[in-house]
Design a protein around this ligand. Sequence first.
Ligand SMILES: [Zn+2]
Length: 270
Amino acid sequence: MRIKLWASSAGLITLMLLIASSLLQPVSYALTPTPSIPTPLPRVYSQAEIHHLRTLIEERYGIGFSYPTEWNAANASEVMWFTDGLHQILEALDIATYYLYIYGEPDEDVTPIEYFRQHFDRAHIEIDRTRAITGNFAGNTLPRYANSQVIGYTIQLTGLGMDNPYTLVHELGHVLDGLLEDAPHLAFVAELGGEWTTDRWIPGEGYTGNEAMFPRAVGGPNEDFADTFGQMLVGNLSPEVVAVRYDFMREYLPIWLTAIQALPETTAAG
Ligand SMILES: [Zn+2]
């Protein structure tokens, strides 16, 4: 029942957004500055720089670190690993923020970083660097609880997960799905299909031939969704590349973002 209500109000909101965006387009072209993805910082390898990068990520994106001491490098190779990993985390957030702003419906006076934080600050995300995750995955998202309430999300990343922007952005898809109590991945299944066999999920429309693009999609409908979110928010989907999933994300992403902004602050707030 909750889902049906969601779907009908979602359709109405879409219609309103379409009308609003067609009315406002000439004005927004004149006033909204064109966003850009920040140029990656030069790489300096030292423990002081590791500390600086962690602080930068916390201050720019409001994303913390579960165990700050696990970023104290024990030797020169760890200095390189942690520094490169933090640069990759920063770059992943820079890219996702750019596309969130492009595909969302930001107010004209909001910067891309402010727009990112309007949605993800309330998730109280912490990153936990880890050596291995069960099932050989490069990333994993765990809700944090207090008094049976979700108070935040911890994103675990292995060395492999800090080697590309995609892994972290896929995990942000799980965070968005969690904030909205699975409504995004349920809408994804309702629109694009997919089916459980006895032992695995057969991904929905747009998957065939895209196993490399959607590497976790056979893991279940929520993974199928997170893969699609991840590829969309690193800029790999377009009208030419997996159009059916691109179209789905263009339609629903602004609706989800509006819904997150409307959540009471107590939801997933510490
Ligand atoms: Zn996943």
